[in-house]
Design a protein around this ligand. Structure first.
Ligand code: RIB
Length: 298
């Protein structure tokens, strides 16, 4: 296995999560059962998962000069993520307001805050200076031009790029072309492709000549290879208590595995196992298996 050196250009948020059996209708007030404050943000989640798997992770992002920013930074250090490329700002740290219902399904509103102040020049400098970098990962909670410039720099030095197009936003043709991998969920796939990934034909029509993985929740995931082969990896049956951050767990584990030299099928298998475990616990990063638990996964 080669060392997995990964840069994540992305978001970090503090997740403020309310758990309620039923979610309120407009104008209705309901009593929930539980509230948590936890580490989140799609970029941070993917970084933490990749680090738990054993990757050397460099997070490129921006946090507020506030209590949330300080504790997110402490958490990165605790997990072993390189924070040299994390900047601070007077703009508050990003927050996510999350509602989770009795089936473990969530609704999320993010307030990006400092995440929207990450600058292209900083991101490009970081990518150019990380030794032995092999994969650059991004999502859509920061400004798209930053991802575009980061991916240009990544491609210029021969790195693999992975875009998780979440939450969905229109992706420019230039950025789309620079993505070696795109990993959407079903809803993001529909936004990108115009149809749900309901048949092999639809799946094969997506990004000919390029690799993609579509995550399908409890159905697992499907790999669409550049030469139009499909590979479905089912998910183990589990009881979901909170699906928040499961897609990020998949992306982080997948990126680690690819960067370590595994083939896409093995990378997906690891990603699915870890994402399935994550939905059995509350929160995003708080539900991720640690290194010891990951080592027990065959
Ligand atoms: O993907 C889950 C994440 O989305 C949460 O942690 C929340 O912060 C939002 O970014």
């Amino acid at each position: 296995m080669k060392p997995a050196v990964i840069a994540v250009v992305g978001s970090a948020m503090m997740d403020l999560t309310a758990y309620a059996q039923l979610l309120p209708e407009p104008g209705q007030t309901l009593a929930g059962q539980h509230f948590t404050t936890g580490f989140g943000g799609k970029g941070a989640n993917q970084s933490v998962m990749a680090a738990h798997c054993g990757a050397e992770v460099h997070f490129i992002g921006k946090l507020g000069e506030d209590v949330f920013g300080a504790s997110i930074l402490d958490n990165f250090v605790k997990v072993g993520i390189n924070t040299e490329y994390v900047e601070r700002s007077e703009t508050p740290t990003g927050v996510a307001h999350i509602w989770v219902d009795g089936n473990g399904e969530n609704r999320i509103i993010i307030i990006p805050g400092a995440n929207h102040e990450i600058g292209s020049a900083k991101a490009v400098d970081a990518i150019n200076s990380i030794k032995d970098l092999s994969i650059v990962v991004a999502q859509c909670e920061i400004k798209q031009e930053v991802t575009l410039n980061a991916f240009k720099a990544a491609k210029a030095r021969g790195c693999t790029t992975i875009l998780n197009p979440a939450p969905y936003q229109e992706i420019s043709a230039e950025l789309f072309e620079l993505c070696d991998w795109i990993i959407p969920n079903e809803i993001e796939f529909r936004e990108l492709c115009g149809e749900l990934p309901a048949s092999d034909e639809i799946l094969k029509s997506f990004r000919p000549g390029k690799n993609s993985v579509v995550t399908l929740g409890s159905q697992g995931a499907v790999y669409i290879s550049a030469d139009r082969q499909l590979l479905r990896v089912p998910a183990p049956k589990v009881t979901a208590v909170d699906t928040t951050g499961a897609g990020d767990a998949f992306v982080g584990a997948f990126a680690f595995s690819l960067a370590s030299g595994s083939d896409p099928a093995s990378a997906m298998t690891l990603g699915i196992k870890i994402a399935s475990l994550s939905v059995t616990g509350k929160g995003a990063q708080s539900s991720y298996p640690d290194q010891a638990e990951i080592a027990t996964l065959s």
